[in-house]
Every structure is written in structure tokens, then in C-alpha cells.
Design a binder for this molecule. Structure first.
Ligand code: XMP
Length: 327
């Protein structure tokens, strides 16, 4: 079994050599814990679960079963990247579940933010549990728990978000190979395991995904406007040296329309709101000073390339009084 707590004298993993040593040690420990049994992992494509997947593929190969649930609220290209990296390149045993319709049907007409989050969370567990029940001989559940998760749950700041959630009758022993690592260490280990930079160094992305960036009741066309405008923003931030510099950036498409003009005709369409913030702990945040020319270019692209959008706005609100997300 891996150490339950981070040793007080453990030095920070900052170099490829230290990452290699950690990987080697964990590979041994996971093999000793799991033997020839099977391990299940919910692979979201986020940093922590991706690093756990890569580590376990190295340690136990086909004994790991990854389940990637696409809830329809992922960013453009995300499910494709999970399949490319883990199935095609790392040859993982990956089950891909496109549950988009299930999630969007359940969310239809629901405009209350907390209710939306609850539906997404519960449905996720249900889809994952259904997939787990179809499999034989799974005895372990791998999780991307990291050291701050454990510290925060001990302090009562948040429930240990990885632990639990599955139905009572589904009892697995946990495999948590990165649980004594800080986030920056997880990234160094992930890079050393061969994961692509845009997976290892990605900005935070909430579990309920684009669902919280499509305020009010989600519709497929407005969700598409969020996804497409977000893809343009990410592309332009990467091209202009802001990727990796700005802590979190995204677009929001609220449920209101205004009058504009397109091709000489009245266009009654949505506005895209750009949000770009910096923070260290997400408790407070300041607004990024996006260069004016880039703002104009983003506006030009979004209003011309995203269907149903005729305006672009910038959210100048720090946290507080705003929150980082918009809903
Ligand atoms: P707020 O909006 O509370 O966000 O200032 C702080 C950080 O948490 C993320 N966030 C979420 N993450 N589920 C998540 O997994 C959620 O419901 C959720 N809401 C906010 C947000 O993206 C930011 O990084």
C-alpha cells in the first residue's frame, strides 16, 4: 500500500529525475497492491485522472479499465484527445461512453444553478456505476486524489471530492497513486509519463463543465455557441502567449438576445461574455488586462464564426464581488 500521508521530509518533485524515481516507486507499490486483479478508473481527461491513468497503464497495462464519460459539456476536442492519447497512443483499455443525450435530456428546462450541478453530478455517478456493473472481476477503484484534497477534507473546507459517491453495494479498494503529491508535482510526473503539455498544464475546468457557462436552462444551440467561442478564445490565447500565463479563461453565453446587424439585416442574437482571471488559490481573483487589439480580434472572430452571436462583452469583475465562474 502506498504511504497514506506525505512524509514531512519529502522533497518537492521538481525535476524529471525526481519524477522518474517517484514513478518507479509507485509502479512497484501499485503492482504489489493490485496483483493480477483489475482496476477501474473514471478518466475525465483532467490533469489528475490523466496522470493516474498513465501511471497505472505503465504499472498494470490491460488490468486497468478506464471509463471516459462524455457528458456533452466538455470543451471542443476534449473527448477526442482522451481517445487519441489513451486508446491510440498508450493502448489503454478504454471504454468511451457518449452520454450527451442523457445529460442534456435530464437538464432540459432546468435553470436553477445548484439543481443543474446536482443533476450533472448524480447522472455522472449513475452512468459510471452502470458501466462498472457491466464489468467482471473489478476489485479496485483508482482515483486522482491529490494531497490538497486530503488536507482540505481534514480541515472541513470541502468534502474529499473523489471519495465515495458510488452506490453502497459497489465496494472497491482504492488505488490512489498521486495522493501525496501537490498539483505542480502531479504535472511534473505527468510530463515524465509522456502526457501532452496541453493535458498536463491545462487550466482548471469545473466538473459540471460548460454547463455552468451556459447560464439558465441549457439548450443545444447555445451550448454549441459556448463551446465554439471557448475554442476560439483558447486558440487565440495560445497564439498570443497568454496560455499558461492567465490562470483561467473561458466564455459564457447568457440566455438573452439583443438586436444587431449581420449582412445588412437585423440579427436578434446572443452575446458572448469573455472572462479571464488570475488567482493563486481561487478564493479571490483579479481580471486579466487583455490587450485591446486582441480583444478586437476575438470580437471579430467570435461574431463572424460562432453561429447565433452578434456581440462580445468583457467581464471586468474581480472576485469578490463576482465569482470566477459566472453561474
Ligand atoms: P468560483 O466560481 O467558485 O470558482 O469562484 C472557483 C474555482 O472552482 C471552479 N468551480 C467548480 N469546480 N465544480 C467544480 O468542479 C463546480 O461546480 C465548480 N464551480 C466552480 C472554478 O472553475 C474555479 O476554478
Amino acid at each position: 500500500m502506498a504511504a497514506d500521508r506525505r512524509p514531512e521530509d519529502m522533497s518537492r518533485i521538481t525535476t524529471p529525475e525526481l519524477a522518474d524515481a517517484f514513478i518507479e516507486e509507485q509502479v512497484k507499490e501499485v503492482r504489489a497492491q493490485v496483483g493480477d486483479k483489475k482496476v477501474l478508473l473514471a478518466l475525465s481527461g483532467g490533469v489528475d485522472s490523466s496522470v493516474v491513468a498513465a501511471l497505472l497503464i505503465k504499472a498494470i497495462g490491460q488490468q486497468l479499465v478506464c471509463v471516459h464519460v462524455n457528458h456533452g459539456l466538455l470543451r471542443k476536442g476534449e473527448p477526442e484527445q482522451v481517445i487519441e492519447v489513451f486508446q491510440n497512443q498508450m493502448k489503454a483499455n478504454l471504454i468511451y461512453v457518449d452520454a450527451t443525450d442523457r445529460f442534456l435530456d435530464k437538464l432540459a428546462g432546468v435553470d436553477e444553478p445548484e439543481k443543474k450541478r446536482m443533476i450533472i453530478g448524480n447522472e455522472f455517478i449513475e452512468v459510471f456505476a452502470e458501466e462498472a456493473r457491466k464489468l467482471d472481476g473489478i476489485e479496485f477503484l483508482a482515483q486522482g486524489t491529490i494531497w490538497p484534497d486530503i488536507l482540505e477534507s481534514e480541515k472541513g473546507i470541502k468534502a474529499h471530492h473523489n471519495a465515495g459517491g458510488l452506490p453502497e453495494d459497489m465496494k472497491f479498494e482504492l488505488v490512489e497513486p498521486v495522493k501525496i503529491l501537490f498539483k505542480d508535482e502531479v504535472r511534473v510526473v505527468g510530463k515524465q509519463l509522456g502526457l501532452p503539455d496541453n493535458m498536463v498544464f491545462r487550466q482548471p475546468f469545473p466538473g459540471p463543465g460548460l454547463g455552468v457557462r451556459c447560464p439558465g436552462a441549457i439548450t443545444r444551440d447555445r451550448l454549441e455557441a459556448v463551446r465554439e467561442s471557448d475554442a476560439i478564445l483558447r486558440e487565440e490565447f495560445a497564439k498570443n502567449g497568454l496560455e499558461g500565463k492567465v490562470w483561467q479563461y473561458f466564455t459564457v453565453v447568457p440566455d438573452f438576445k439583443s438586436t444587431g446587424i449581420k449582412d445588412g439585416k437585423r440579427a436578434f442574437e446572443w452575446s458572448v461574455i469573455i472572462r479571464a482571471v488570475n488567482t493563486t488559490d481561487a478564493m479571490t481573483a483579479t481580471v486579466e488586462n487583455i490587450p485591446y487589439d486582441l480583444m478586437c480580434h476575438l470580437t471579430e472572430r467570435i461574431t463572424h464564426e460562432v453561429k447565433g452571436v452578434n456581440r462580445v462583452l468583457y467581464d471586468f469583475t474581480p472576485k469578490p464581488t463576482g465569482t470566477i465562474e459566472f453561474e
